[in-house]
Design a binder for this molecule. Sequence first.
Ligand SMILES: Cc1cc2nc3c(=O)[nH]c(=O)nc-3n(C[C@H](O)[C@H](O)[C@H](O)COP(=O)(O)OP(=O)(O)OC[C@H]3O[C@@H](n4cnc5c(N)ncnc54)[C@H](O)[C@@H]3O)c2cc1C
Length: 323
Amino acid sequence: MKPFRHFNAASVDEALALLTEFGGKARVTAGGTDLLGVLKSDIFSDYPEAVINLKTISGLGGIVADAGEIRIGALARLTDIAESPVVKKNCPALALSAASVGSPELRNMGTIGGNLCQDTRCWYYRYPDKMGGRVPCYRKGQGPCHAIRGDNRYHAVLGGRKCYAVCPSDLAVVLAALEAGVKTIRPAGERTIPLADFYDTLGPVLNPDELVSEIRIPAPAANAVQRFSKFRLRESIDFAVVSVAAVLEVAEGVCRDARIVLGAVAPVPYRAVGAEDVVRGGPLDQRQTELAAEAALRDAEPLSGNAYKIEIAKTLVRRALRL
Ligand SMILES: Cc1cc2nc3c(=O)[nH]c(=O)nc-3n(C[C@H](O)[C@H](O)[C@H](O)COP(=O)(O)OP(=O)(O)OC[C@H]3O[C@@H](n4cnc5c(N)ncnc54)[C@H](O)[C@@H]3O)c2cc1C
C-alpha cells in the first residue's frame, strides 16, 4: 500500500474540514473492509493523500424508530442492523440482507454507510495493479467496458450500456424497496437523496466533500410483508449473483401495493416496475406471480455469458411473491 496521511475525525465538522482541506484528494473510511482492499490493489486513478476515519465520531451509529420512520446512523455496523430489535420488527428484510453480507468479521467491522458506498466488484475494474498492471476501463475513464466482450458471467443484464459492473450492496436493494432516503452532509449543507436516486451507472452520486450521515426509512405499513432473498455461489461468504427484495401490502387476498427490487443485475438496484404493475390490485396467485416474474425481466439484455441470471431472477421474484 502506498503511504497516506491518516486522521481520526472527532466530529462530522472535522471530517468535512479535512475533506475540504485536501480538496478531493482524501477518502473517508468507516470499517475499512472495502476501502483498504481498493487501496492495496491501487484501483483509484488518484491515490488519496489522506484517509479520514469516521469511526472515531460518536453518535453516528444509532438505530431508532421515531415519528413514523426508522433512522439508522451511517456508522451502524452490519451486525448491529442484523441483530437490532427495531430493525427486525420494522424492516425484517433489511435485517436479513445485513445478515447475508460476507462473514461475521466483515459484519462486525462494516457499516451501513460503507456498504452503500462500497466500490463495485467487477473483476476488470478491481484487477490489482500489482498483478501485471492496471486494467483501464470505462469506469476508470480510460476506454471501453471489458465485460462487453470478455467474461461477463457476473455482470449486468439490465441497464448496462457503457459499464456493466453491478451494484454490490445487498442493503441497497432492500432500502430501495423500503423507499428509504440517504441523508448526507457537506460543507454546503444537508440533503436527503431517495435511495432510488442514490446511484448512477458509476456508483453513488456523492460529491467528493459529502458524507452519508443517516439512512431514513418510512415506517412500513403494519401489514406489509417484506422479503429478501439472495442467490450466491457459496453460502458462506459471497456476493449476490442475483438478489430480490419485495415489500407487499396485501389485504383480503388482494395485493394493494408492491415494491420489487432486483440486485446484482444492473449497475443500480433495479426497481421492477413492470412486475409491480402486474401484481398490484389482484390476488398473488400462481398466474400473477408467473406474469410478474416475466415482466420483471422483460427488458433484460444479457451479454454472452450471463443469460442464466435472468432465469435465477425470475425464480427469486416468483418466490418473493409466494405468500
Ligand atoms: C470478502 C468480502 C465479502 C463481502 N460480501 C458482501 C456481500 O455479500 N454483500 C454486500 O453487500 N457486501 C459485501 N461485502 C462488502 C462489505 O459489505 C463492505 O466492504 C462493507 O459494508 C463496507 O463497509 P465499511 O464500513 O467497511 O466501508 P469502508 O471500507 O470504510 O468504506 C467503503 C467505501 O465507502 C465510503 N464510505 C464509508 N463510509 C462513508 C460515509 N459515511 N459517507 C460517505 N462515504 C463513506 C469510503 O470512502 C469507501 O469508498 C464483502 C466484502 C468482502 C471483503
